[in-house]
Write a protein that binds this ligand. Structure first.
Ligand SMILES: C[S@@+](CC[C@H](N)C(=O)[O-])C[C@H]1O[C@@H](n2cnc3c(N)ncnc32)[C@H](O)[C@@H]1O
Length: 325
């Protein structure tokens, strides 16, 4: 039996390997003294659709800033690209913002959106089919990169897009390592378009991750719901609450789930019983914020050369076009 999601299907064996990996990551993450869960698990079907709702919140200006820049500068960006180009997008989600650039580049164009969320990719494929030939890859970033770049055609270059400041989800040291790995998967002539959310007023950043409507809270709590559904756990979601914190030293927003009470949770598929003290938290996501000045250095340290940069002033955010150096 297989699960069919548009151009992509997953076998039963792959399904159970994914469950085993999820169980093992949960076991390891909850064994740490600061309990943690990897942020990629926030994006199951419900999580991806809650994230999509977050992008519409008045408090979450990040996506609108990113989209304004792409819309305003799509032609400038397209004019700086090699003449024969195919597009890869890391963590594309539904790919809504990418439409502006795909349209400016024009057809025929191969587009490889890579995402761990099959549901977001299914929508991406459906919504962007009129502007590109879409080849969705339900994989993690670098595995997807290997698959997409294996399809490079003679004299063709790749533009890799990494939007939404998703690079901010990596610890700073891991971001450097990740960008170096990405560079190794590319060739001279290839380019990277990378969005980075800039440090701004603390309260503005905090409310973007702790909206009064409670959508970000639901997005965060859904991770426990997902563990209940997929790993047979008995988390009582009402006994946890969403928290967003600004970590000044690391210049990042951290999302946590705080246990309201002393409690014990059983996670059957991970063969794990875990105790929580009241006020103890599970750290679920980091969103590092950047200074404009550090972005050029980041390019240089990871094997790229800065080609251009566009900055949104209403919601400080930088779109950066880097070339493989
Ligand atoms: C912050 S969202 C950004 C979505 C979209 N690019 C945007 O700018 O609105 C991060 C996206 O990356 C995907 N993602 C997270 N970790 C991933 C990983 N390790 N490999 C592939 N995709 C991942 C998520 O499913 C989600 O769609």
């Amino acid at each position: 039996m297989s699960t069919q999601v548009f151009g992509w299907s997953k076998t039963e064996a792959e399904d159970s390997a994914a469950v085993r990996e999820f169980a093992s990551d949960v076991r390891n993450g909850l064994a740490k003294s600061q309990k943690e869960l990897h942020s990629k698990y926030l994006y199951d079907e419900l999580g991806s659709s809650l994230f999509e709702s977050i992008t519409h919140l008045p408090e979450y200006g990040l996506t609108r800033a990113d989209e304004r820049l792409l819309q305003r500068h799509a032609r400038d960006i397209a004019s700086l690209l090699p003449s024969r180009v195919a597009i890869i997008e890391l963590g594309s989600g539904v790919g809504q913002k990418t439409r502006h650039l795909l349209q400016a580049i024009g057809n025929p164009l191969r587009y490889y959106p890579i995402d761990v969320s099959a549901d977001a990719l299914a929508r991406c494929e459906r919504d962007l089919a009129d502007v590109a030939e879409v080849h969705p890859l339900v994989q993690s970033y670098l595995d997807g990169m290997a698959r997409a770049t294996a399809e490079r055609q003679p004299d063709e270059s790749f533009l890799v897009m990494f939007l939404g400041s998703t690079i901010g989800n990596f610890e700073r040291k891991c971001a450097l390592e990740f960008l170096r790995d990405l560079r190794r998967a590319l060739l001279p002539g290839d380019m990277l378009l990378i969005g980075a959310d800039l440090v701004k007023d603390r309260d503005r950043m905090l409310v973007a991750y702790d909206d009064p409507t409670g959508v970000t809270g639901a997005f965060n709590l859904n991770l426990l719901g997902r563990i209940n559904r997929e790993l047979g756990a008995d988390f009582r979601l009402r006994d946890f609450e969403h928290q967003a914190r600004w970590n000044e030293d690391q210049r990042r927003i951290e999302m946590h789930l705080r246990s309201r009470v002393d409690q014990t949770v059983r996670i059957a598929e991970a063969d794990l019983t875990v105790n929580f003290r009241a006020d103890e938290t599970i750290w679920t996501e980091s969103s590092h914020k950047f200074q404009l000045s550090e972005l050029d250095a980041l390019a240089e340290q990871t094997g790229f050369r800065v080609e251009d940069q566009w900055v949104d002033r209403d919601w400080p955010f930088a779109e950066n076009l880097w070339a493989v150096s």
